[in-house]
Design a protein. Sequence first.
Length: 131
Amino acid sequence: MPDDRTREAVLAFIPDLFFSTKVEALCAGLGRPFVLARTEADLMAKAAAARPAVLLVDLTAPAVEGVLTRLREGPAAGLPLLGYTTHADWKRTKPLHARCDRVITKDDIAANLAGELERITRLRDGGGGGD
């Protein structure tokens, strides 16, 4: 059975090194373990190995559609999925939004990661949380 720290973990698919470092620092400030995957294979292996509280996925990443499909079919299928995009890419990524439990922008992550993680985690616990 996972310990409390594992249940708090954020497993992130963020190919961008600079932004992943920023999210890692934000998670550390919140006391949340952060597990990074930069490739689809790495993400699937880490999702199967540890049941994190939240999946955080960059919807602007190359081949993200396949990543979303595998996440929703594999061992991480029941986990809350928080997708993020940019304001500039919102329309382009719109077809992917329905495959996430919630979609936010990079600015939302910087401004209120704690609130977003709490909101998306409530989905796992059956407490709602969508807008």
